[in-house]
Design a protein. Structure first.
Length: 395
């Protein structure tokens, strides 16, 4: 062996990458130690064997075809190119490597030299990176979902706090309305009672029976006003506490309405007349009689209060096959358009009520009583024109 040949042999034997040569039939002619170590064979075990012994399926069955096709067409499949393939070890395990194949012509014959670079560590590192990337992606997804959930919870908490603040604001407004209304509505009848009591004492000493009777009547009216206010507060408290339970019974609505008309006529102003009329072939309804009475009394009381002397108040009931309709109409001061949307709020009073006494609770109670009975309340009104309130109950 020449010096040059010895040097080349030493380089091949000590190369880090595997080097294998095969003839034109695919038989292994030489293999260096690095390739033997990669495949787990000794040199003697592979020399003379077909290269397919080192190749797993499906390339194992096609390897000879690759060489024959190249020899026939000159079109390379592997030869002259580099590609990542898998190798088959003696123990049956596989490993990835980069294969480069070159055609070598020498002494009138053709051999093929394969250069094998083990990719096991690179593939393991790549797989590890992909694993880490997958884990990171999963972690990012979990964190994103967690963050989105936190955002949703924060938004929900924000909305809850906002609603609580709004509710607290509404309660504070109600408290302010209540304090303002109560201080005014209680002071007026109490002042009247105190003044009338003093005058009664004076007129009794003078023996003036006429003025005594007049102021006794004023005291009775003032006490009645106070009783009405306290009844409204009690009704509101029971509604808020959920203590109102409906008691549906069958009763004659015409008889009830005539009784209410007679009672309320006694409370009417001078020359105010309550005109009652019923429409329908029958008069029996299935409702809570006490709640309905309260609703009608409140509506007629408002009509009396906000209408002047020498006026008519129309009170109608109507029974159809499907509903009971109660209507109260008056020609009083009316309700400003701007106040319509607030009309059923507790303690709310229209801007044009002036010094007319009232708690601002009546319509709220009517609405809630009607709702408890499965009905609803409608109204139409304009300032200084006819005001109409209608209660509708399914039958």
């Amino acid at each position: 062996m020449t010096e040059k040949g010895a040097l080349l042999h030493a380089i091949i034997e000590n190369a880090i990458d595997g080097i294998i040569t095969i003839d034109d039939r695919g038989l292994i002619e030489s293999i260096n130690p690095a390739a033997c170590a990669l495949f787990g064979y000794t040199i003697d075990e592979v020399i003379g064997k077909n290269i397919s012994v080192l190749v797993p399926h499906p390339d194992k069955d096609k390897h000879d075809e690759y060489i024959a096709r190249y020899q026939r067409t000159g079109e390379p499949h592997i030869i002259g190119k580099g590609r990542d393939v898998k190798g088959l070890r003696k123990d049956g395990t596989m490993f990835p490597f980069r294969l480069g194949v070159n055609e070598v012509k020498s002494a009138g014959r053709t051999i093929y030299a394969g250069f094998i670079h083990d990719l096991s560590k690179e593939k393991e590192a790549e797989a590890q990176i992909l694993h880490y990337a997958s884990q990171l992606e999963k972690l990012v997804e979990e964190r994103t979902n967690s963050l989105q959930q936190s955002v949703v919870e924060l938004q929900t908490a924000k909305e809850t706090v906002s609603k609580s603040l709004e509710k607290e604001k509404e309660l504070n407004q109600l408290k302010s309305r209540f304090v303002s209304m109560a201080s005014h509505e209680f002071r007026t009848p109490l002042s009247s009672i105190q003044l009338s009591a003093s005058l009664i004492e004076k007129y009794m000493q003078q023996g003036d029976g006429t003025n005594v009777s007049k102021h006794v009547s004023k005291i009775k009216n003032s006490v009645g006003n106070l009783t009405t206010i306290l009844d409204d507060f009690l009704s509101l408290e029971r509604l808020e506490a959920g203590k109102i339970e409906t008691n549906f019974t069958k009763f004659d609505i015409v008889k009830l309405s005539e009784e209410i008309t007679e009672e309320m006529q006694l409370m009417a102003k001078r020359d105010q007349n309550i005109i009652y009329q019923h429409t329908g072939l029958h008069s029996t309804v299935l409702l809570d009689q006490n709640l309905l009475r309260n609703c009608i009394v409140n509506l007629i009381s408002n009509a009396i209060k906000y209408s002047g002397e020498n006026t008519f108040i129309e009170f109608n009931t109507e029974l159809t096959d499907s509903e009971c309709i109660v209507t109260v109409k008056d020609n009083g001061i009316g309700i400003p358009q701007a106040d319509h949307k607030h009309l059923f709020e507790p303690f709310f009073r229209a801007n044009n009520t002036g010094t007319i006494p009232g708690t601002g609770l009546g319509l709220n109670i009517i609405l809630r009583y009607a709702t408890l009975m499965g009905g609803h309340v409608d109204f139409s009104s304009h300032v200084n024109q006819k005001t109409v309130f209608t209660l509708n109950f399914p039958q």
